[in-house]
Design a protein around this ligand. Structure first.
Ligand code: URA
Length: 452
């Protein structure tokens, strides 16, 4: 077999055999001059998959090969149910930071394998690194031990767990090959299978800030992951959720950890709270910890109100070497030098500053991709594999789609490290927020549910 022939076959739209797919994945795993699949060949193959797609059989084979590129954990000794959750990537998506301690506090062990930022979207591992000392590089033994001892762990994909995904993920991030249903499905599902959980909830994002922009594509991605899970004996439940605008208000690493802490104190944004309750209730009912969705939500609310969910976050931070004092003192996390507010301009919708200051406007749309681009311009994302990122910078929105504002009121606050960065981000944020002179309806966060 030759790599170049497999690339050509996919370029020409042929279905690859299981042997060809295994050849690519094992070739990626051989490092150095002996590698049978060079970096430039992997980039070409990924682009061919992006353009030509993959059948469900190919996607399941790719997932299986990627999962088996490292250890596949057996967590059955932990209990009958071990939970995991994964999002397909969004802007301002800090769901895991709330979901994992909350569900662990409810008695569902959570063994979560997460990723770094991908394309324009943020990654949980990068966000957690805003907490001084926090490490997601957990060797397998420690990962399992921690789940047994405190009920949860969040680990990065490593040399041991789905290492092939680590290589493909980093390459996709810098070759514009992220937005592909089979590549996303195989990336997500290989990690979920390798990490060993048997109760998997997927959050499939849909809208301008997501890789799947239409609801039809997001449902298709959810169905493909559900089908791959069924074929590989790891059933999943998927919820398609809105990413027309960022989730919550905060976008940026330190800022999102802060918002997650607030959500665990019952002070989080309404959309984040609704999403957590929906995903959490789904997991608790499946784990037989509640009979109905309503009962499950009551349990989750009680864990937040009583402070037990926040206490579990503290335990998680300490167990992974982090400084839990960030919970009461956000300034212990990286802080941006400048903080500036953006006001509703007098010339929205092409008008030119004659309005009375009491004139009302409504937020019609917030382009999450542009907000993410603003953060990237301030160093909050990667241009090359392995780049260091600025964890302090970001954008905090003051309002969401449908919110009513007055001329001159604050739409967003930009956290930048220099005036130059601020000006670049300001332009993007102005472009991202579209205003209307008529009332606008707020989109529903939950769009559809898919399971097999
Ligand atoms: N999350 C992943 O783990 N992989 C993807 O490809 C997209 C989101």
């Amino acid at each position: 077999m030759r790599t170049v022939d497999i690339i050509a076959a996919k370029r020409d739209g042929r279905e690859l055999s299981p042997e060809e797919i295994s050849y690519i994945i094992s070739g990626v795993m051989n490092e150095g001059p002996k590698a049978s699949v060079k970096d430039y060949q992997l980039a070409a193959w990924l682009m061919a998959v992006c353009w030509r797609g993959m059948s469900i059989e190919e996607t399941a084979c790719l997932t299986d090969a990627m999962a088996k590129s490292g250890d596949v954990l057996d967590l059955s000794e932990i209990g009958p149910f071990v939970g995991d959750k994964h999002s397909t990537g969004g802007v301002g998506d800090k769901t895991t930071l709330v979901f994992v301690p909350l569900l662990a506090a409810a008695g569902l062990p959570m063994a979560k394998l997460s990723g770094r930022g991908l394309g324009h979207t943020g990654g949980t591992i990068d966000k957690l690194e805003a907490i001084p000392g926090f490490s997601c590089d957990l060797p397998v033994k420690q990962f399992i031990k921690q789940v047994k001892e405190i009920g949860c762990a969040i680990a990065a994909q490593t040399q041991d767990l789905a290492p092939a995904d680590g290589k493909l993920y980093a390459m996709r991030d810098v070759t514009a090959t992220v937005a592909s249903i089979p590549l996303i499905a195989a990336s997500v599902m290989s990690k979920k299978i390798a990490a060993g959980a048997n109760l998997i909830v997927l959050d499939v994002k849909c809208g301008l800030g997501a890789f799947m922009q239409s609801e039809a594509d997001a449902i298709k991605l959810a169905e493909v992951m559900a089908e791959v899970g069924a074929r590989l004996k790891r059933p999943v439940s998927a919820v398609v959720t809105d990413m027309e605008q960022p989730l919550g208000y905060a976008v940026g690493h330190t800022l999102e950890v802060q918002e997650a802490v607030e959500a665990l104190q019952g002070r989080g944004p309404a959309d984040l709270q609704q999403l957590i309750m929906t995903l959490g209730a789904l997991a608790l009912v499946k784990a037989q910890k509640a009979k109905t969705e309503a009962e499950a939500k009551e349990i989750l609310h009680e864990l937040i109100d009583s402070g037990k969910a926040l206490a579990k976050l503290k335990e998680l931070i300490v167990a992974q070497g982090g400084d839990a004092n960030i919970i009461s003192n956000y300034e212990l996390m990286p802080q941006a030098r400048l903080k500036k507010e953006l006001k509703v301009p007098g010339n929205h919708n092409g008008h030119r500053g004659h309005q009375e200051s009491s004139e009302k406007v409504w937020i019609e749309h917030i382009d999450g991709k542009k907000i993410a681009d603003a953060c990237k311009l301030m160093g909050g994302g990667r241009a090359h594999k392995g780049d260091a990122i600025n964890l302090a910078t970001g954008v905090v929105l003051s309002a969401k789609i449908g919110s009513e504002l007055s001329l001159g009121s604050t739409m967003a606050t930009i956290y930048a490290d220099s005036q130059e960065d601020y000006l670049k981000a300001e332009k993007k944020v102005f472009e991202a927020i579209k205003l209307s002179s008529k009332p606008v309806k707020c989109p529903e966060i939950i769009r559809a549910e898919v399971s097999v």
